[in-house]
Write a protein of this length. Structure first.
Length: 215
């Protein structure tokens, strides 16, 4: 795991397992079933790193041998917010690690002509202002949807927000940072650029289509 010198708010997760799985995920020959499994696994590995800063509190437990001091999470309340629809593929992997997290949903799609985000659905936990937020989406392309989701959550009272994306484009990172410079972005890789259609290069194509077998 390292910080990107060009983007201080970006944490690039370069663990060998993450990079290995990412290579298979990119491959055009990887089918929908394996693609879904890889997205779930990568989300779990990313959540492991993204929660590294969670605070601990001492507690006491009794083992089969003796009483001992151990540590538990210090009352941390988490909300996982997938950006529909591709973000759904990352939810189960994160819940494997944080089963007590609540899950909200933000529905945004990118207008194919303007490339701007359009909101069509939102359902959030009632206590969103008391939770640390993990916004999840496999791809950070133009950054419009992610920035819109962050602003929408801010308007609803959200405080600490982290963004977890498997692959990011520099354009998307810059858009998010410009809109909300206190959001930390966790990603497995910062790719080269966006093409004329707004797809990440080299990327992995349309994550939603590959997850759900659609075109």
């Amino acid at each position: 795991m390292h910080r990107n010198a060009d983007y201080p708010n970006v944490v690039v997760m370069n663990h060998p397992l993450i990079q290995h799985k990412l290579s298979i995920l990119r491959d055009v020959g990887t089918g929908a079933k394996e693609f879904r499994e890889l997205v779930k696994e990568l989300a779990m590995l990313m959540a492991y790193e993204a929660t590294r800063g969670f605070q601990l509190a001492e507690t006491t437990v009794t083992t089969p041998i003796t009483e001992t001091t151990t540590y538990v999470l210090a009352g941390k309340k988490v909300a996982v917010i997938p950006i529909l629809r591709a973000g759904l593929g990352m939810v189960d992997g994160i819940l494997e690690l944080i089963p007590a997290a609540k899950v909200g949903h933000v529905g945004l799609y990118r207008d194919p002509e303007t490339l701007q985000p359009v909101e069509y659905y939102c359902k959030l936990p009632e206590d969103i202002g008391e939770r640390d937020i993990l916004i999840i989406d496999p791809m950070l392309a133009t950054g419009g949807s992610a920035a819109a989701a962050v602003q929408f959550l801010r308007d609803k009272g959200a405080r600490t927000i982290n963004l977890l994306v498997i692959i990011a484009a520099p354009e998307g990172i810059e858009q998010v940072i410009k809109s909300c410079d206190d959001v930390r972005i966790y990603t497995c890789c910062v790719d080269s650029h966006l093409n004329e259609h707004g797809y990440i290069v080299p990327g992995l194509g349309d994550a939603g289509d590959r997850l759900f077998g659609t075109k």
